[in-house]
Design a binder for this molecule. Structure first.
Ligand code: CP
Length: 320
């Protein structure tokens, strides 16, 4: 996969498809740009005219609550015209191909597609085939990538722990099926985290996971030692093709984050989760709603990060 497709000739963001191939300076620019948009959420008027006259189409071929809503809110706060297509009632159910859907939407003078798709590489495929003036933002593709989720997670971490170089981050759970984990690992390593540790049963880790730049642990009690940031993942049963675990209750006993297990991490550790959370499967409700949880802050930060990414991508199209 060519990662340069994401950047224009000046190295600026044109599409946002994956963290892979982006450097620390660009990731930091996204975080810094989001900073000013996050401040805006406390204002009486939350809108800026940066994308006035631009048309953004949200194309969600997979279910979503957080990503779809925050992309839509972000587009509206940038004053763009935004359409969120309901794929279940679109002509794709009558056999129209993805490319034909794109061509038809292009004919309506669209400036940006935000794409969620169950197939890895779908957003990249659209970026390769769409008209040159259109930007494509990946809102999650298969097991591959969820770059805006990773960036809103980095933004949230930076609010609580500003120095990445001292951070030990644990990502816990179903790494095998997680596009979020892949994007987080890339972002954390690019931003210079001291350690990214994955904690999971062997059946929920990809082969050669160490080559992603992580340390590996199969025991939650051991793995939580010295950890500053805990990222919990749900079991992504919709992507499992065979039984990988004895039972959910067994999984919770071994890998569920309870208040007692949380005490093993550093006392000021923060607890994160990209959502949706499954209470009593990967996380105890007392932890999910407890004082160390920043899960809802992640959701709020999704608006600012998505405003940052959309405005940066449109800038390279000469839109602002
Ligand atoms: N984190 C995340 O992608 O959530 P949604 O599936 O609700 O968008």
């Amino acid at each position: 996969m060519s990662h340069n497709l994401q950047l224009n000739a000046e190295g600026k963001l044109k599409h946002f498809l994956t963290i892979d191939g982006l450097d620390k300076a660009l990731l930091t620019e996204i975080l810094d740009t989001a900073e000013s948009f996050a401040e805006m959420s406390g204002h009486h008027v939350k809108k800026v005219p940066l994308l006035r006259g631009k048309t953004i189409v949200n194309l969600f071929f997979e279910n979503s609550t957080r990503t779809r809503t925050t992309f839509e809110l972000a587009a509206k706060r940038l004053s763009a015209d935004v359409i969120s297509m309901n794929i279940a009632t679109s002509a794709t159910s009558k056999g129209e191909s993805l490319l034909d859907t794109i061509r038809n939407l292009e004919a309506m003078f669209v400036d940006m597609f935000v794409v969620r798709h169950g197939t890895s590489g779908a957003a990249h495929f659209i970026a390769e085939h769409t008209a040159p003036h259109i930007s494509v933002i990946n809102a999650g593709d298969g097991r591959h990538s969820h770059p805006t989720q990773a960036m809103l997670d980095m933004f949230t971490i930076r609010q609580f722990k500003p120095d990445f170089s001292t951070l030990r981050v644990a990502i816990i759970g179903d790494i095998l099926h997680s596009r979020v984990a892949r994007s987080q690992i890339l972002a954390l390593n690019t931003l210079g985290a001291a350690e990214v540790r994955v904690i999971a049963p062997k059946t929920l880790l990809p082969a050669y996971v160490e080559t992603l730049g992580v340390t590996v642990c199969h025991n939650l009690t051991e793995g939580l030692k010295d950890i500053d940031v805990i990222i919990m993942l749900r079991l992504q049963k919709e992507r499992m093709t065979s039984a990988l675990l004895p039972s959910e209750s067994e999984y919770f006993k071994c890998f569920g984050l309870t208040p007692e297990k949380l005490e093993i991490a550093k006392p000021d550790a923060i607890v994160m989760h990209p959502g949706p959370i499954n209470r009593g499967v990967e996380i105890d409700t007392r932890v999910a709603d407890g004082p160390q949880s920043v899960i809802l802050r992640q959701v709020s930060n999704g608006i600012a990060i998505r405003m940052a990414v959309m405005s940066m991508a449109m800038q390279t199209q000469g839109a602002t």
